[in-house]
Design a protein around this ligand. Sequence first.
Ligand code: ADP
Ligand code: MG
Length: 319
Amino acid sequence: DLLINQIAAGEVVERPASVLKEVLENAVDAGSRAIDVQLEQGGVRRIRVADDGCGIAKDELALALERHATSKIANLDDLERVGTMGFRGEALAAIAAVARTTLTSRAEGSAHAWRIDGSERSIAPAALGAGTVVDVADLYYNTPARRKFLKSEGTEYAHCDEMFRRVALARPDIALQLAHNGRVVHRLPVADHARRVAALMGDDFLAQARALDADAGPLRLSGFASLPAYSRASRDAQYFFVNGRFVRDKLLTHAVRQAYTDILHGQRHPAYVLFLELDPAGVDVNVHPAKIEVRFRESRAIHQFVFHALSRTLAESGA
Ligand code: ADP
Ligand code: MG
């Protein structure tokens, strides 16, 4: 069973950033208002995520670490319209198979918290005001072959930072903090989209960007797209979210690129933070465990909508 989980972990747990993604998404799914992330040594030594969400009841703690145990999907109908970030129920099992993992959690209404050790599966009382703390230490301590593929601390940290940014851009309604090696890197209070974008992308991006908010029937596209005056920072700044999920999708990238080419006659490095919302039944997020790709039911209509909405906005700029 441990071996199966270790093999399955290869799909889910590629590096510290993929652990962070799964644990952060669980905190978001738990309805948290505030999430605190602490990393050590690029996340290899430790990833600790504390949230103030609904918590996990004592008798569900062990289940949370089991493979294919999810509290989020009850039937196939749910799978058609997943509103949660996770739904496969394999992330925590995979993480616990390749790192020293503990869950400490206090479910709403519980007199105190409980902690489970991911390898011994022993449960003991613990102190915690509310929510959940997931502690993932020494990634790949038991699979040295995997550990060899980890990059430098700086590189692994950069991937974690990027993952944190994606969640933070999508959820300005959640207060988020990130610390690395004891130093606070991001401290993000609850904000509106514009202020959260400015906090993460810089005031200069916001000043040189067009806001857009367009809808057509069940489709809505909102966010910010840079104008030519904006000279991109060294970092990649192209964020597209579909129903709150960060995606890197050929169809969407093409629609954006085409709008920039047609209207602004090409901008070498357009920067944007765009949010597409549509009926969950019209998009399949089940394509890959890493869930960065999606498949649209009506891809032509989506492409046209994104292209036209963005073109209109860029054209209005008078550029
Ligand atoms: P999934 O997110 O696909 O359901 P995971 O392996 O990521 O699967 O998590 C397993 C289960 O553990 C979740 O379905 C949820 O019930 C519980 N869980 C994990 N993290 C948290 C958290 N931070 N707060 C509340 N419940 C959690
Ligand atoms: Mg999950």
